[in-house]
Design a protein around this ligand. Structure first.
Ligand code: GUN
Length: 332
């Protein structure tokens, strides 16, 4: 749960985190220092799965109902279908009951709002997620705000976002929670550090920035870092000035190779939240890449997350954790 997790964050970090880290060494003689430690989001997610599975069991052993997540999936966006399938599979693996409600892309906004409101009153359902993006004729903000805040596993309701911005306990959006957990579980210090967050989206860049800049002593403890938020109108040469000073660079811009080795301070932590499907001329197929020039940046960084296998798997794991938070009514 977020609140317990946040408290646990107060413990001293491990000098070397043994799980989720793969040490890679440069070919002998090619460099005088090791390459970055690659943080395995897949391994860290396994840790979280185990914790959630254990918590689900102990919650049920007290006579409580199995947590239940309902996902509303509108239309036939292939990426959305893949993401939702992954979420369902992960829920099943930890003992969370889940269901998908599929709706055609021409569903009216009113019908979608009615369906969501019905789920708000359905006592079988603890967690509700409306997969985004929604078709253009539907206003996403209106839909996010109809989900009951206490069932809002995405943390996208205006009340959850408001509480996040006020350093109050809330359901924290899964991607931001994933970045936070990756940093904390790897033993990376944030207190007084320079952090650049490239990307200001309301669902990813903004909540990450909120967690990292805010006060470690507040009700929902933050990272006490100095956070610089950059975005599409930050000139590239300015971005470089900021990233070169950064102890931690978090990239959620959706631009392949936005972060190159010359922009990274030696030993910095680089967390890649990018999801880009690009054409691979070698195979003729599409492949998944992040926003970081991984092969070059890993020669300079101290820690780096890969894509795939970094923030993505941890995001799914944190969604499961959020489902447990809502089932146990730990926030509301
Ligand atoms: N689409 C891409 N990421 C997300 C997410 O975290 N939540 C929802 N609801 N839709 C998404």
């Amino acid at each position: 749960p977020q609140a317990e997790g946040a408290r646990a964050e107060g413990r001293p970090p491990l000098p070397i985190a043994p799980i989720g880290l793969e040490r890679r060494t440069a070919a002998s003689g090619s460099r005088d220092r090791d390459e970055a430690t690659i943080i395995s989001g897949t391994q860290l997610a396994k840790q979280v799965y185990k914790e959630v599975q254990r918590d689900v069991e102990s919650w049920m052993s007290l006579g409580n109902k199995r947590p239940h997540l309902t996902v509303i999936l509108v239309g036939d966006n292939p990426a959305s279908h893949t993401y939702v399938r992954n979420k369902m599979k992960a829920a099943a693996a930890v003992g969370i009951c889940s269901e998908i409600i599929l709706k055609p892309k021409d569903i009216s906004q009113e019908e979608l709002l009615d369906l969501t409101a019905k789920l708000n009153h359905d006592s079988r359902v603890n967690g509700i997620l409306v997969q985004l993006p929604l078709p253009d004729h539907i206003d996403e903000r209106t839909v996010c705000n109809i989900v009951a805040p206490e069932k809002d596993v995405d943390g996208f309701h205006i009340i959850n976002i408001g509480r996040l911005c006020l350093d109050q306990p809330s359901v924290i959006p899964a991607t931001a929670a994933a970045v936070w957990e990756i940093i904390k579980r790897t033993g990376i210090q944030t207190f007084g550090k320079n952090v650049v967050v490239a990307g200001r989206s309301k669902n990813v860049g903004m909540p990450i920035s909120m967690l990292l800049h805010s006060d470690g002593e507040h009700e929902r403890p933050g990272g006490d870092a100095t956070v610089t938020i950059t975005h599409r109108y930050t000139p590239k040469e300015q971005l470089k000035i900021h990233t070169q000073l950064a102890d931690i660079i978090i990239v959620a811009a959706g631009i392949p190779k936005l972060i190159t080795a010359d922009m990274v301070k030696e030993g910095a932590v680089v967390i890649d939240v990018g999801i880009n499907h690009i054409h691979d001329p070698l195979t003729g197929k599409t492949k998944l890449v992040g926003d970081v020039d991984f092969e070059e940046v890993k020669k300079k960084a101290g820690f780096i997350t890969p894509v795939p296998g970094g923030v993505g798997p941890m995001t799914v794991a944190m969604l499961l954790k959020n489902t447990l938070v809502t089932a146990k009514k730990l926030v509301y």
